[in-house]
Design a protein around this ligand. Sequence first.
Ligand SMILES: [Zn+2]
Length: 350
Amino acid sequence: MTAPADSEAATKASGPIKILFVAGPGRVGSTLLGGMLGQIEGFFYVGELRVIWRRSIRENRPCGCGQTFAECEIWREVLREAFGDVSKLDLAPLLAAERKLSIYRTISGMFPSRRRKLYASVDEYRDATTKLYHAIGKITGCRVIVDTSHLPIYGKFLESLDGLDVRALHLTRDARAVAYSWRRVKVQPGGGEKSFEMRRPHPAETSMWWSLINMATERTWGPTHPHYLFLRYEDFIAEPQPWTRRIMQLVDESPPRLPFDGERSVVLGPTHCVFGNPGRFKYGSVPLRSDDEWRGKLKRTHRAAVAAVAWPWLKKYGYFKTPPADVRADTAASANNTDAVSAAPNARND
Ligand SMILES: [Zn+2]
């Protein structure tokens, strides 16, 4: 078992481990972005590491490499490095803390005093999480861990851990596209546990969380924070290479090459993403196209519900402006021809 003193010594020797924390609401394209960044030399994509205790260690769901979590050699080594015999790890307090730092504390998490109180109540979780991230750094040899855990309350918690240097990428996407994505049927694959169909909440609910999490992310880091970058998924898709270079600046990295095989096309290989969107198992050359099916297919009542709940943030982020001409053309094609979507399945990145 790695003693805290060992972690401190390792940190002093090699410097803190950088965490590229993708903050913001879900279904915003973070799986694609994380998978792409994970292809860069020195980067290691872990997916939604926040839920590793429940989804991976307890339920043994598939790793991004296709093996079950328990079978994945990388994670076996990481857990051995962090905790020794993982079968002796007491999961109960870690699962309890995982629930404490959940989406339901998003509002509390906006207030520093409440946040500090919350963090002070999860000592074992703090110790285990610190060991986990340091073990990832040691076993994989990465300089940057790409973590798409989304919730600002968790990202800020990581900032409070010894030897972690958190850089926040605030990723968002049009709330109407997010609402439409949540209405789609998606099955989370099994592994040790059964597969399950993900919830399909009403657009009013997804828009409430979309607004709250965007607000909390801004309040937690905000435009004046030196390690904060705001990115709309739509802008990334329009100009992926310049935005990837901006992200490299956020983490002070200058890799010799980026994983593009075309102006707007990336090459994805397997990752060791522990949990996230089922789309994390897509590999190969992936064209980056705007997925604007929602413009033609989101029900009027749902569109109205999203606008009623999320309009201040939609307006702030410029989503009420007319879409670019290429997006309108894509939308007309997908509304008139559903084959256009099935012919380009990799373009769906939510
Ligand atoms: Zn794996």
